[in-house]
Every structure is written in C-alpha cells, then in structure tokens.
Design a protein around this ligand. Sequence first.
Ligand code: DX5
Ligand code: ZN
Length: 241
Amino acid sequence: MSPRSAIENLRGSLPVVAPSMLMCDFGNLEREIRALEDAGAQVLHLDVMDGHFVPNASYGLTLVETFRRLTTLPLDAHLMIANPAEYAPRYVEAGADLVTIHYESTDEPDQVLAEIASMGAATGLAINPPTPWEVVTPVIELCDLVLVMSVMPGFGGQRFQASALEKLSHLAGLRTTHGCESLLLEIDGGVAADTIGGCASAGADVFVVGSAIFGNPPYSDRLSELAELARHGRKSLIEKR
Ligand code: DX5
Ligand code: ZN
C-alpha cells in the first residue's frame, strides 16, 4: 500500500482517534504498539521534536524507522522541527505515510509540501494557536490534511485552547468554498472526553490524543469512548450542514 493510500483509507473510517506517541512507554515500545493495535487504533501520531522549533526534544528518524518496522498502521509524523525542507523528505524515507510540517517553521511551506507529495506521502500543514487559519488558503490544494494545534507544541498534558474550534469551523468552510471536500482536519493538544465532541462538531476528522489515552489504560476503553464522543459530535456537524 502506498503511503498516501494509507491515509486515504482513513477517510473511510472517520472520525479517527490518533494516539500521540509521546507519553507511551518507550521502554516497551513493541508491547505498546501491539496494545494499541489490539485496542483498534487505526493510525499512530508520531510527535517528532528537535529542541529548536519547540522547547523539547523527543525522537527522530531512527525511531520513526523503528515504528515502521514494528507496525503496518499508518504513521502520521508531526514534525515540530526547524528546517523541514531538509528533513521532511527523510521522514518519508523513514516510513512516514503522512508528514505534517509547521507553517511557522519554513518560509516555503508550498515547496516542502510539494516535495513530500512528490515522494508519494500524504501532506499535512500544522498551525499553532497564534497563527491565523487564513495562512492555509494559498496552499490548501497542496494539503491532504491541516493540523490545528489546540496547544503550543512541545509537550503533552496541556490545557485545550478553545480558540482552535473557530479555526476548525473556518477551515471546514474553506473545504466547501475551495472545492476540497477531501481535505482532512486534525486537532492536536488537550483533546480528551470533555473536548473531543466540540472539536468534531466544529469539523475535525482526526483527533490526536496523548495523556487522555496513555494516562488511563485500558487503551481499548479510551479509544472506543473517545471515538463514540467524536461520532456524536460529528452528527451535530452533519445536521448543521
Ligand atoms: C504536542 C504534541 C501533541 C501532544 C498531545 O506538541 O504535538 O501531539 O503530545 O498530547 P495531549 O493529548 O496530552 O495534549
Ligand atoms: Zn502532535
């Protein structure tokens, strides 16, 4: 299966909860991945941090290669790194199916997105809470996914910033006005049982969840509860249309 089609397949099973691999037990990574697979996870969100673009350093290419070796689940690489022009292609080579760069990390998001797409991977553009949603408009055709951050990137366990909801609604509207209905909207940061429904009602399709899963096993209960809440929220979105 091509990297891009791995993400395409997610469209058929929205809403999707994407476990954020930042607070998992890296000392037992294979066991964690098997537990998530058994719990019904459909994608893994890999939080790559370089200690420059964000004030934290997590992991890089070697661990993404390890994830690739350990699972056939689609890998959604969230690159919180400086210089994505140089490194984004290397994350495609390392096995990421979707590579999301930060708008704030490059002067040429269009070039980097085009390069990722040319390598056969799906493309994502992330915007931080202070970044206006309008920056997406000029490059929307180059995006398979837009990642709306509901926290400043760098750490799990932060409080959800509700300003993300209005951005999601605007971007959901842009999908229609720009004829890109297949654009996926992803939300990341402080997503939990009390916030996921609002995100779904605002238009999110993919929900990155870290501490609300990894702090409270069993993963199967958390994933199914969160997916149910997202489905419920999504219903109200469809009724609004
Ligand atoms: C933050 C990361 C998020 C984070 C999510 O920079 O991009 O994916 O790990 O963790 P929670 O769900 O705990 O906010
Ligand atoms: Zn993330």
